[in-house]
Design a protein around this ligand. Sequence first.
Ligand code: ADP
Ligand code: GN1
Ligand code: MG
Length: 364
Amino acid sequence: MNNSLLTNKQNQVIDKVVEHYQVSPSDYSISPLGNGLINDTYLITSNNKRFVLQRINSHVFQNPKQVTQNADLINQHLIAKKALDEYPLATIGQLTNKENSTLLQLDSDYWRAIAFIPNSCSIDVVETCEQAEKAATAFAQFSAALSDFPTQNLAEIIPDFHHLAHRLQQLAYATNNDSQQRGSSCQTIIDDCLTQQHFINEVSELVTTLPMKVTHNDTKINNLLFNTETHQAIAVIDLDTCMPGYLMHDFGDMVRTCCSSLPEDGIEIAQMSIRLDIFEALAKGYITTLNSTISKAEIDSLVVGALLIPFMMAVRFLTDYLDGDKYFHVQHSEHNLVRAKNQFQLFKLLKQQRQQLSDIVHRI
Ligand code: ADP
Ligand code: GN1
Ligand code: MG
């Protein structure tokens, strides 16, 4: 079934894939879903069913089986919590294919299908404090429900994913290599990142005092589904990077994607500002919902997380720019550099307003 946005070859591949999910190649329609930077995600509609189909990026997720296994384990845990009335959101089940597996390998590509949640939408920009509080509440409900999940059962999908010193080593390596001869065009931001040693040391010391939890690790706002009519948050999605981590990472990624006045690839960075009212709503939703499952030390760490994740994203986008855009999807050759400058500016602004952010967190 041809979609004009896809190449003929892509359409032919997907014809073969859907057959494994009991859909006839002549009897479905397909449309792209979302704005993810890693996987390719589609909505498949055939006569009697609708589901989300995703090609897992196996350059990024080098062991796709672990990705689907982790998601299955998390879903089972959340379903059990739901049965006890301890998880109010919808769970996102992966569908089994004809081979009775939640992972499909065809040639060198890996695919999985996910049950479609009807009457739902995701948002890329938070518009109101109410929306921000609902988002933070949902991610907190997710973490609270997983607070008794045995972390050792989850595979570490991407080792050192949120390890700041490791990310800086990757940047230093890419800078020295300069495989695309792009280094000279961005020396200032490279130096800006590599000279944040004080902050890097602060984070390294802080993490030795924090408990490991099961965290989502990609709590950008479009990884939540809202009900199109009630506007309530109804599901946490995109479980690919759920791994042991620190709560400050999840809070930091919410701040990164909700509190900037610009999207992560916005160019007008001199005009960027921090939406403090949105920050307050996020902190309120997150801390009050986690309630007894967040400690005083973890609450104190949240502002560090808010600085850390934009800084780490600046480093990761810049590294990928120097490496030749092998990791994140890009729409033009400077896209990763634009993102890196944007995220570094966000880090700088959050750092300048650190005391105000801390005051807000400690007023809750
Ligand atoms: P990606 O890795 O591409 O970010 P996501 O799992 O976040 O993949 O899905 C991309 C988008 O597809 C989401 O932002 C959401 O709009 C939509 N989506 C994903 N899963 C579902 C689902 N189960 N039901 C309805 N919509 C979904
Ligand atoms: C990637 O593909 P997406 O949008 O879910 C990335 C996140 C980044 C995000 C930046 C596995 O997530 O870590 O925060 O882009 N995912 C991975 O927009 O690296
Ligand atoms: Mg996503």
